[in-house]
Design a protein around this ligand. Sequence first.
Ligand SMILES: [Zn+2]
Length: 483
Amino acid sequence: MSRVYKPLPRFKLVSRVENAVRVDAVKGSEPRTPELEIPRPMGARVGERGSSKLVSVWERLQPLLYITPTGRPPLVKGGIVGGEEKRNGTTLGPGFRVYKIRVNKVNKDRLKVLYNYVIHKRDGNIPKGLLYYWEEWARMFENSKRQREEAGKRTPPKAPPLPLLVKFVMPDGERRGNTAAPCAIDLCKGELRIPSYGVVQRLPRRLVDALIVENSLDPRPDFVLQVTRKGFLRLIASRAPPPKQSGGLLLVCMDENLGHGLYTTLISFDGEEVRVARGPTFKPPNAALLRGIAAQLQGAADTGTTAALHTLIEKAYEELGEKREVEGGELYATPDRLRELRRRVCAREKRLNREWRNSVVAWLRRAVRENADARAVVLVDEVTAETARLLRRVTKRLRNLCAYEGAEYKPLRASGKLCPRCSAKGVEVAHRVYKCPRCGLEWNRDRAATFALALNYAKIAKSEALRKALLEWLNEHPRALLS
Ligand SMILES: [Zn+2]
């Protein structure tokens, strides 16, 4: 009987390092503005009359909230109006990726002119392609105006971004997308062009590479370019691949845990045997420390306390990665300086959290894409606690990712305290290590929870073959769940 923890050869990405994966080690080609990738429940809030809620920035960016007039392709294929549809906990409808495109000053001014001309139809000679989504834009604006009124706000809403058709020139010269599109993204020359307004913007290599990959996906995503009233650009890719019917099964088991991070285990099943590989553990950044420092700085700024300020400021700089001697604390102790330092500490906390979320999302995307022939099911034991904002935000992004990549998302519950083999209640024998009083199995609580997710999935999917294969694997690797 082999006692070796058999890794899956196909999961090239899987880190063999048990412990925390460094955040910067997994930076992928994730978009620059990941927050925008989170799809909020749609339709119900924006489309519904009498809803008192305001249209959020995200919702104003949504290209798919409004049905396109007949005879024209919808902004997003497969777009659903009327809310996030759910079936067996699986989210239907497309997933999004949002790419922020940086533009220089000259182009930004030209884009502002474009925006104002098009929304007011100020110029009789505006090329037809630019007006393609004008009606949708106008309706979006009307909707948000009405909602603001209903909410009793006096000030008018900000004008939503203007969606534009976009076409691509691939590195081999092949053209993709609607030929009438006013915007061309040339992946050969690495630039974005809107000839009718003289916009030519160089694109960073990273973005060009990412867009080449997205364009070669099957099915290819739909792309819409958004021009904001301030002249900023966002490229939105949306995609809703049909779920795979054939092929092996890939279970991505993720156990969200407030204090201990996110544990991941990959399990593939070919119908007879399972293969199990440990994924990385994503330890959340120590935000509590930064928050503590920020609160103390705020307190000191408000009250003018000088006690122990020297140490506090030094600690703040250390966390900002600028370790330095602070000479003469009074020099730094003006309230304004303290508030500035506090602002920087808060910004750092935000950045660490964002990078953490990005690393989780990048890893899952790679896991799903590298096993594209398998039917991927992402099992997540979600943390729903009000305090776990970081985890709840990552959960939203995982759902969105699944919709975009054609994976199934399943929230499930699993306990790490019960024996995965015989379901007896385990006894804690070491820190987060449990032993079964009935069958003697030992396991790490967090690791076992990911395995239990797969077992629970076998139960709800009524797959006796999967359940048997999982238990067989466990019998062959009785110490595998210990780390
Ligand atoms: Zn047991």
